[in-house]
Design a protein around this ligand. Structure first.
Ligand SMILES: C[S@@+](CC[C@H](N)C(=O)[O-])C[C@H]1O[C@@H](n2cnc3c(N)ncnc32)[C@H](O)[C@@H]1O
Length: 377
């Protein structure tokens, strides 16, 4: 049985460094960052822990093998040589999905069926099964990913993507992915006792993620994971990981987080989502236009994902709104402001040059995360 495993935390482009930081914070030192993923060596117990705790990763995959293949024979033989029986039980169900980019083996259906055949053969040999494998037991989604002839064979340990925390029951037109919202919060130096406002809260993703971070609540605490029924992960690893999450949560940490939106309907949706996240009335919600923003405290953080004005007809209104925000924030120099938008002229409308900018993808939309540091008082 494997004692150490190699895990791959997949991440949206631009988010890898956040994921690597989180992996290190979990105590795993052997971390390698590649495009769209973070690889790390860790004990088996890292599967429950990383699934429960990683806020910015899309999912956690178990690496079974990595090799070059230029022919179907090579793909078959190298796949069959891997120790699949260490992970997949005799009755395990293991569909194979695939992708191939810039590689000699470009037919994804063929690659999938070859990998499937190779694993079947390996398992039949190892388990001494002469007839067909039943595949009635635990579920293991295998992925064959080929890039420039390099094959990566992994098993998905997460199930649904890690952004699915289990709290989003309602959403608006352009909700932010929870993983990206967590990264936006983690970019800042916000401390849980400082004021935090999202004046474009929509369905509440940013304030909810901030509250979970503020009270150190594991983002995966309210959901299930594909690997919970896997044999090679002892139940005690899962129990300990959930217990650790319970012990680390700091429900007594006071928070000063507010989410507001111009739309009454969105505010109601945000409130429902926060309830679902178990936050009760820890976050304050209110209907408000951003131009009426009027904080009573100093040294706060405003973090928002306003409309981008990409649709014809919206642009002028959105740009005026950016202007209003800039004018408003001039009265609050101690506040730090963080805005995610695809509008390349945001600084011009806001009326100030950003202290820092960071390129991030919001889904397929190229955005900048504009950061204006406040003058602390
Ligand atoms: C891109 S959405 C935010 C999505 C949110 N981050 C989420 O995850 O659901 C932008 C939000 O800004 C709100 N909004 C538009 N104009 C506004 C204004 N002038 N003042 C305050 N909110 C506004 C919209 O109602 C919308 O909910």
């Amino acid at each position: 049985m494997a004692s150490n495993v190699t895990l791959i935390a997949t991440a949206a482009m631009g988010i890898e460094a956040f994921v690597a930081r989180e992996v290190k914070d979990l105590g795993y030192e052997d971390v390698k960052v590649e495009n769209g993923r973070v690889l790390f060596e860790a004990p088996v117990s890292a599967i429950p822990r990383s699934n429960l705790w990683l806020r910015t990763a899309d999912r956690v995959r178990l690496l079974v093998g990595r090799f070059k293949a230029y022919s179907f024979d090579e793909l078959f033989e190298s796949t069959k040589a891997l120790p699949w029986e260490q992970f997949i039980t005799e009755d395990g169900e293991f569909p194979v999905i695939g992708k191939s980019v810039k590689s000699k083996l470009y037919s994804v259906p063929d690659c999938q069926s070859i990998v499937k055949k190779a694993i079947v053969e390996r398992l039949k040999q190892k388990y001494g099964v002469a007839s067909i494998l039943k595949e009635t037991g635990a579920f293991y989604r295998v992925e064959v990913a080929i890039h420039k002839d390099e094959v990566l064979l992994t098993i998905d340990t997460s199930g649904s993507g890690l952004h699915k925390r289990g709290y989003r029951v309602g959403q608006g037109e352009a909700p932010l992915k929870e993983t990206l919202a967590a990264a936006l919060v983690q970019t800042t130096n916000w401390k849980p006792d400082q004021p935090f406002v999202d004046p474009f809260c929509g369905s509440g993703t940013i304030p909810i993620e901030a509250a979970l971070i503020g009270q150190n609540i594991a983002p995966g605490f309210n959901r299930e994971f594909a690997s919970e029924n896997w044999n090679f992960i002892q139940d005690s690893h899962w129990d300990e990981a959930f217990q650790e999450a319970e012990d680390c949560a700091n429900y007594d940490q006071p928070l000063d987080i507010t989410g507001s939106d111009i739309s009454h309907e969105m505010v109601e949706i945000a409130k429902t989502n926060a309830m679902e996240a178990g936050l009760g009335d820890l976050v304050k919600w209110k209907q408000m236009q951003v131009k009426d923003f009027n904080p009573r405290k100093d040294n706060g953080y405003l973090i928002g994902n306003p409309p981008y004005g990409e649709r014809m007809g919206d642009r002028e209104e959105v740009e005026n709104m950016y202007r209003d925000l800039g004018v408003r924030m001039r009265d609050y120099p101690s506040w730090s402001v963080y805005i995610l938008t695809s509008n390349e002229k945001f600084e011009k409308f806001y009326g100030r040059e950003a202290t820092k900018k960071r390129k991030l993808f919001n889904g397929f939309i190229k955005t900048d995360y504009y950061q204006f540091f406040g003058k602390k008082q």
